[in-house]
Design a protein around this ligand. Structure first.
Ligand SMILES: [Zn+2]
Length: 459
């Protein structure tokens, strides 16, 4: 058997050239079964009429009259002689109609199982199902119909990598039971645009805010939701910054590279500007600060003053990882402390807060991120801490209304869409790091920093 994947009708159109005489003979023998036409899409032309007066339809059932004559019921695909599209006409097997493909062709193809599903029904490609006439069970359900008791499927919808679906004649289906008022209300809601009130016979799919919109308004609604979400994130970042600024335990940490000293100036200050600790971490050739011998260590590593920041709320300057370097050095010097003691809390990640605050980078600037090299920065650790303090102050200073705060604290009722989560999960580490460069650029790059300050003063 040939599996061309073409539509049933196309397969049949090719037949006259292929069909041999013996096959036609065989087809005539099959004529006794009028059901072979069921589910087949035909072009009907009245005998004697020109081809342009023809109509297309799908045979939905056959009836045998008392005298043994067959009649076929055909659901039309377009209006014809007073019968509207989807309506049913009856045609007799008495040469008043010319059928294309002819009954013999259809029977011959059916005998060879051409374009038929394993159960012998005509097979339709998904895009070739005549939707006004044939529908799957779920499609009927959405039209508030169901197959009548005993109504057979008359064709099969072929799906890619999915089980085939049965197709029923819409004209023969019956209305579903009357709905309760609650069902009625839900049914209306699912088919009404929450924005413009347009209704549809099919359900609208929900937008990201959980409401349903027509095609025209869904994108707008999703954009609004996304904007609101970004706004909420920004408010939350702002609240977090206020919390950090007000916390008496907050300690700002920075580390820079000093070429003169050949070492890393390391500094901790309270938010109020009080010095907590100042060190110069040594430069050790090879893997810096990773594996050092005790001889290379500065004398202060075992000083208990190093642990002045234990239990404090540590806020690190970006990129340089000062606490990581400091921890390694103290460990190498034999200081004993718990893992969490010298580690900033996850929620206090300044880079993440700043990203939430200023929003995702402009798509147009996506590949034009600032380059940052904290080691080459001419700023001192004091400058860097001042920069961190400025950023936090700026974030905390944004005026927020009670409404904004309430909304931002409210948990998200509607989850982000599957597509969004997929997109987020596929974002490369590089892209995320690039987002994060913006804070580093502001803190370590002189030009950017001054530009921003001037812009602030000017505005
Ligand atoms: Zn609408």
């Amino acid at each position: 058997m040939e599996q061309t994947g073409e539509s049933y009708t196309k397969t049949l159109r090719k037949l006259p050239a292929q069909a041999s005489t013996s096959e036609e003979h065989h087809a005539v023998a099959e004529l006794t079964d009028p059901n072979v036409l069921c589910g087949v899409r035909l072009t009907l032309t009245r005998a004697g009429a020109s081809a342009k007066d023809s109509v297309e339809g799908v045979v939905i059932s056959s009836v045998q009259s008392g005298t043994g004559d067959f009649r076929w019921r055909v659901a039309l695909l377009s209006p014809f002689e007073g019968t509207q599209s989807g309506g049913v006409i009856e045609i007799a097997d008495d040469n008043t109609w010319n059928l294309a493909p002819s009954l013999a062709d259809v029977a011959a193809a059916a005998a060879r199982h051409d374009g038929r599903c394993p159960d012998g029904r005509p097979w339709y490609q998904p895009d070739q199902v005549p939707g006004d006439v044939l529908a799957t069970g779920p499609e009927l359900h959405r039209m508030l119909l169901k197959p009548r008791l005993g109504q057979p499927p008359i064709a099969t919808k072929k799906l890619h990598r999915q089980p085939d679906k049965l197709l029923y004649a819409i004209a023969d289906a019956e209305p579903k039971q009357a709905r309760t008022t609650a069902e009625e209300r839900r049914w209306r809601r699912e088919r009404t645009c929450a924005n413009c009130g347009t209704t549809s016979t099919l359900t609208f799919s929900p937008a990201e805010d959980g409401k349903r919109y027509c095609e025209e308004h869904r994108a707008d609604a999703n954009r609004r939701t996304e904007q609101q979400r970004a706004e909420d994130t920004r408010v939350r970042a702002s609240l977090k910054a206020r919390e950090i600024v007000d916390d008496p335990d907050t300690v700002l940490v920075a580390m820079t590279w000093d070429r003169e000293l050949q070492g890393y100036p390391f500094r901790m200050e309270t938010f109020g500007g009080e010095l907590v600790l100042e060190r110069v971490l040594p430069y050790i050739a090879g893997a810096a600060l990773l594996s050092t011998t005790v001889d290379d260590l500065p004398s202060w590593v075992s000083d208990s003053q190093n642990l002045a920041c234990v239990g404090k709320r540590l806020i690190e300057a970006p990129e340089a990882d000062p606490m990581g370097a400091f921890r390694k050095l103290l460990r190498a010097g034999g200081q004993v402390f718990a893992d969490g003691d010298l580690t900033p809390r996850d929620a206090d990640n300044l880079v993440g807060l700043y990203r939430a605050f200023i929003g995702p980078p402009d798509a147009s600037a996506g590949h034009d991120m600032p380059t940052v090299n904290w080691k080459k920065s001419t700023r001192t650790a004091v400058d860097v801490i001042d920069g961190v303090r400025d950023v936090l102050r700026e974030m905390a200073a944004v005026p927020l209304t009670d409404d904004e705060i309430k909304r931002a604290k409210r948990p998200n009722r509607v989850r982000r869409s599957k597509r969004y989560r997929f997109y987020e999960s596929r974002r490369s580490i590089l892209a995320i790091r690039q987002d994060d460069r913006r804070l580093a650029a502001r803190i370590y790059n002189d030009a950017t920093g001054h530009g921003a300050e001037q812009a602030k003063l000017g505005g």
